[in-house]
Design a protein around this ligand. Structure first.
Ligand code: HDL
Ligand code: ZN
Length: 416
């Protein structure tokens, strides 16, 4: 007999269901342990996350040169003193460190960074991965794998063991965004006959490159981050490679194409990885791609808050588009709440509400705890609206809906 959920128990039922549902995290910068030092973890990595580096310069009396000359532990000490001791850690990035340490059982009342370092010094990475996946209730994560990265590439070319919890995504920014400076030369260096004017031979060699790496990585999708001025169609190497290479290969191998649009790279280069910005994009590029390629599958997340509503409307027009996540500068409680409501109201359950974008393994803990809190709150309101109209909801139906949002929609989208 199906258990009908009353208003009195709705909130606790939704919270318990969202909390217990294992999540598939579809975009991260994590690496399985066989990638060695590329997998970042531990309290000094947490505190020197590039989001916190951007924030420390707003309050500390330190020059860029002085900061970048520091060792990581010195950088962490400065950030800890500035953003956690001299100021309350209320920003989402700071709050994330506090949540993570608490969920790992550490005493936050002490504010004793030395003792936190001692805890991590006793961890072995393989066991710590199990702890984090368990505490965060994460089933698997999708990595960001860049065949152009000199650190990463050799590991793929060796016979790596891999870990099924760490799935791959083929990241192709250099091919699409820097073909002339980076993509073309590197591809020639890898043994692909590519030229700057993208001859027929070149396009066929780029398709071979993509096929080779799809065979090697077995990626869940191919991904690129794009600037707000991205246009499609576009009379450029990017436009040509997308049309002649990415789209046909994506269709041939049933590997969706993920477009992450709205990042303005290096608006402040002094901040290095923390120096990127955001701007509203013209989404006609998406409408053109989707309408011209109805058989292709696309994943999209956008960086500008101002683009989110029109993205939902585009999602209503094109079923071959799966909208996902609250990316980067969108991943703050006030904005996650706003766009999750908007998405449920315009798309129902046919979307992927969140990804973590975690760069440090431990971050899975806070990014998912914070997101689950908001997803639960929004779902309770939406279910309550239905109960108020006399609609009945069962526990199984809530479980079904939450499983879809936290992984099922992604798996189904990949398989169809
Ligand atoms: O391009 C991306 O995938 C972004 O997520 C960048 O890596 C960015 O630096 C980031 O980590 N955002 O959360
Ligand atoms: Zn990312």
């Amino acid at each position: 007999m199906q258990k009908i959920i009353s208003s009195q128990v709705l909130r606790e039922t939704v919270i318990a269901t969202v909390e217990s549902q294992q999540v598939t995290d579809i975009h991260t910068h994590l690496f399985s342990p066989d990638f060695g030092g590329l997998l970042l973890w531990g309290v000094d990595e947490l505190i020197t996350y590039h989001y916190l580096i951007a924030e420390v310069f707003r309050s500390a009396d330190v020059s860029y040169e002085e900061f970048w000359a520091m060792a990581k532990t010195e950088q962490a000490d400065l950030i800890w003193q500035t953003l956690f001791i001299q100021n309350s850690p209320v920003s989402e990035s700071c709050r994330g460190v506090v949540t993570t340490l608490k969920e790992l059982g550490l005493d936050l009342a002490s504010r004793d960074l030395r003792s936190y370092r001692e805890y991590f010094a006793c961890q072995k990475v393989e066991e710590f991965i199990d702890i984090v996946f368990d505490v965060a209730r994460v089933k698997s994560v999708v990595m960001t794998n860049d065949p152009f990265d000199p650190m990463e590439q050799p590991i793929w070319l060796a016979d790596r063991k891999g870990d099924p919890r760490f799935r791959s995504a083929l990241r192709i920014d250099p091919l699409l965004n820097d073909y002339a400076e980076v993509g073309c030369d590197k591809l020639s260096g890898f043994g692909y006959e590519t030229d700057l004017d993208l001859s027929k031979k070149s396009l066929s060699e780029i398709r071979r490159f993509l096929s080779d790496w799809i065979g090697r990585m077995k990626p869940n999708y191919m991904a690129v981050s794009l600037p707000p001025e991205f246009k499609y169609p576009e009379n450029s190497s990017r436009g040509k490679v997308i049309k002649e290479c990415i789209l046909p290969i994506s269709l041939e191998y049933n590997v969706p194409f993920a477009l992450m649009i709205g990042v303005t790279r290096a608006v402040n280069p002094e901040l290095r990885m923390a120096g990127d910005g955001v701007a509203k994009a013209d989404l006609s590029c998406l409408e053109n791609l989707l309408s011209e390629n109805p058989k292709n599958k696309f994943l999209t997340t956008l960086l500008s808050r101002e683009n989110q509503h029109e993205l939902c409307v585009i999602g209503r027009k094109f079923p071959n588009l799966m909208i996902f996540g609250c990316w980067w500068f969108m991943n703050n409680p006030s904005l996650v709440d706003e766009i999750t409501r908007e998405r449920l109201e315009l798309l129902g359950l046919s979307m992927i509400p969140q990804h973590s974008d975690a760069r440090i393994l431990d971050q899975l803990i806070y990014k998912w705890k914070h997101s689950r809190q908001i997803i639960s709150k929004v779902l309770v309101d939406k279910y309550q609206d239905l109960l108020d109209s006399g609609w009945l909801i069962t526990q199984d139906e809530i479980g079904r809906d939450v499983e879809a949002l936290l992984g099922g929609n992604f798996e189904k989208f990949l398989q169809n």
